[in-house]
Design a protein around this ligand. Structure first.
Ligand code: DGI
Ligand code: FE
Ligand code: FE
Ligand code: FE
Length: 188
């Protein structure tokens, strides 16, 4: 089992420097959100460190793991940027020995979300949107919402992703829409 520093060393070596700075931002935002909303900040930080571990792995390697390791291979029908979340959860368990299902699911669902997200899953998904290095139209609005409601902020995050996908005429992974709808229901 690696120490925190060894884990950071190993994960950061698998991505460009810019992506590692994003990960450091997600660590910072995830810990803040965990403290604000009553999740475990240690678990939040661990999930943040690992959430994008597979983002820059060759897509051939990701495809092979999705096929051969009993993972969610339905993802192969959808765009490649969705794959690294499922692969990340697999790698966290198989290569880094993370056995906490809450942490693994926070990694697994950080891109699409899912119906019935746990608080930790919401926090990692939201931290990914609002970390200090993010700069997209509407991010400051989402940051403000995150001060008072994880769900309201996440809906705004998903809405911006879905709007962008529609504008680019890209395929929307159905779970992305289901997650967004489920969060809207939680606001009622
Ligand atoms: O890995 P990050 O860039 O930090 O962020 P992410 O894991 O949340 O999203 C990765 C990419 O996936 C991002 O460019 C948006 C895209 N994405 C998210 N949901 C969907 C999607 N792409 C498609 N095609 N369909 C989706 O439902
Ligand atoms: Fe990601
Ligand atoms: Fe995200
Ligand atoms: Fe990320």
């Amino acid at each position: 089992k690696l120490t925190r520093d060894e884990l950071i060393q190993s994960v950061s070596a698998q991505m460009p420097e810019k992506r590692w700075r994003h990960t450091e931002g997600v660590m910072q935002s995830a810990v803040l959100l965990a403290k604000r909303y009553g999740a475990d900040p240690v678990k939040a930080e661990l999930a943040a460190i690992l959430h994008d571990v597979a983002k820059y792995w060759p897509s051939e390697r990701q495809e092979q793991l999705l096929r051969d390791k009993g993972l969610n291979d339905e993802l192969l029908l959808y765009d490649k940027p969705l794959w690294h979340a499922e692969i990340g959860a697999y790698v966290a368990e198989a290569e880094y020995g993370i056995d906490d299902e809450e942490i693994l699911n926070a990694i697994r669902y950080h891109t699409s979300g899912r119906v019935g997200m746990t608080l930790l899953e919401k926090i990692i998904c939201l931290a990914d949107y609002i970390e200090p290095g993010r700069d997209f139209p509407g991010v400051d609005h989402i940051r403000r919402l995150a001060e008072t409601s994880v769900e309201a902020a996440l809906v705004a995050g998903f809405d911006s992703t879905i709007n962008l996908l529609v504008a680019r005429r890209q395929i929307i992974y159905p779970l992305t829409v289901l997650s967004r709808n489920d969060l809207v229901k939680q606001l009622e």
